[in-house]
Design a protein around this ligand. Structure first.
Ligand SMILES: C[S@@+](CC[C@H](N)C(=O)[O-])C[C@H]1O[C@@H](n2cnc3c(N)ncnc32)[C@H](O)[C@@H]1O
Length: 215
């Protein structure tokens, strides 16, 4: 997976996805599997999904494109880089995912979520490794304001030293989530977690900072 520096180009960050054997592609397949598992489990006729810092949306688009029941899903992909916004919109059009939209906005502010919460699935991929430890905690604490009852959060986080994932898993538990999966392959540094919300949803404010993205 690309090392993130202050000058990370968030468009080029996606290039390892073109190599099926890259750790980023392996991580993508796990995230997509968890998205599929979530949708298989839910029989609701209409479900709401939000992707925080969605990038080019490869996880949701790739998971939903082949599914005959994709029209059950209304997804909002929130992304800041205009090139990634354009790529995500092109991917959505090519896959004919009519229930998907991309919002060009700062996902670190509650204002970006006005139209899509409470959500039944929150995709939090590539976020928790790019914000401060304090903001990781604040973002997890904010999840009950984004989640509908019984919602699922699929998240990723590097286990590069110092590995914050034990704390992340504890913070999800403290915020009212039960762990459904934690994938941490021994030959790579990424991890993918799945947590299911059993707490009380809370009202999201109309605006206010959740996190500030590094780089
Ligand atoms: C590590 S990448 C992850 C992309 C995607 N979620 C994935 O896993 O493939 C982080 C993404 O966050 C976007 N980003 C950075 N700051 C943001 C912000 N304040 N609001 C929304 N997106 C942001 C970047 O442009 C980049 O596409």
């Amino acid at each position: 997976m690309a090392w993130v520096t202050a000058a990370t180009d968030w468009h080029d960050w996606h290039l390892p996805y073109d190599d099926d054997t890259s750790p980023l592609s392996r991580r993508l397949r796990l995230v997509q599997q968890h998205i599929n598992d979530w949708l298989d489990r839910r029989s609701d006729p209409l479900l709401w999904v939000v992707s925080v810092c969605a990038g080019q949306g490869r996880d949701l688009i790739g998971a939903l494109a082949p599914r005959p029941d994709a029209d059950r899903v209304r997804a909002e992909l929130i992304e800041y880089d205009p090139r990634n916004v354009a790529a995500a919109r092109a991917g959505i059009a090519a896959a004919k995912l009519t229930g998907f939209t991309v919002t060009h906005a700062d996902a670190g502010d509650f204002a970006a979520y006005r139209m899509v919460v409470p959500a039944d699935l929150v995709v939090l991929a590539g976020v928790l490794g790019n914000i401060s430890e304090q903001d990781v905690r604040a973002t997890i604490d904010a999840m009950p304001r984004l989640c509908a009852p019984d919602a699922t959060v699929v998240w990723t986080r590097t286990r590069r030293d110092p590995d914050l994932t034990p704390a992340v898993r504890g913070w999800f538990a403290a915020a009212g989530f039960a762990e459904e999966a934690f994938d941490a392959p021994s030959d790579v540094l990424f991890s993918v977690g799945v947590h299911r919300f059993h707490g009380q949803p809370r009202q999201a404010p109309s605006n206010g900072r959740i996190f500030t993205f590094a780089g």
